[in-house]
Write a protein that binds this ligand. Structure first.
Ligand code: ZN
Length: 184
């Protein structure tokens, strides 16, 4: 089932997510629905707050990037913690399914080491860099209530303010299903 994606301005995008346990109700279905929702909107990552649940869960499928280093990175990340971020900061143009039609360069460190659980609640510690790290950093941020626009300069934020307000009101054309906080 395709779920509506919560738009910028909804308070759920600002909550720090709760960790979950394997008995979280309907987890398997939720993960299936999130993959379906992500593919329907041509995303490379989707975090649970974006479908209205403030839980520490996100999924990624970075195959559209044709990244040689991680060619088939399709994964579920649960209860993720960042253990370390290292390397030089680099800029990459990010977008977000919750913030349609806005893309901006965001600077983040190159390499990150995370500890997380998969959908079977097995624990892994892994290190990523390049585009895979970037997607994970963006999705992890969602679980901490942080959006990519928070990383921009004050000037950039002011320039985007009207656009962001319009998104929260639903005054935006989007090809996928969304839920707008101020349009109820
Ligand atoms: Zn996003």
């Amino acid at each position: 089932m395709i779920l509506p994606i919560v738009a910028y301005g909804d308070p759920v995008l600002r909550k720090k997510s709760e960790n979950i346990t394997s008995d979280y109700p309907g987890l398997e279905t939720l993960i299936q629905n999130m993959f379906e929702t992500m593919y329907a909107s041509h995303g490379v990552g989707l975090a649970a707050p974006q479908i209205g649940k403030a839980i520490n869960l996100f999924l990624v499928d970075t195959h559209p990037f044709e990244d040689e280093k991680y060619p088939n990175l399709k994964k579920v990340f649960i209860n993720t913690e960042i253990l370390q971020e290292t390397g030089n900061e680099w800029e990459y143009e990010e977008g977000c399914l919750s913030i349609p039609h806005i893309r901006e360069n965001v600077s983040r460190q190159a390499t990150l080491t995370i500890r997380y659980q998969n959908e079977k609640f097995e624990t892994f510690t892994e290190t990523y860099d390049g585009i895979a790290a970037r997607v994970i950093q963006h999705e992890y941020d969602h679980c901490m209530g942080v959006l990519f626009v928070d990383h921009l300069s004050e000037l950039k934020k002011r320039m985007l303010k009207n656009k962001l307000t319009k998104i929260s009101k639903g005054e935006v054309d989007v090809a996928y299903r969304m839920r707008f906080p101020a349009a109820r």
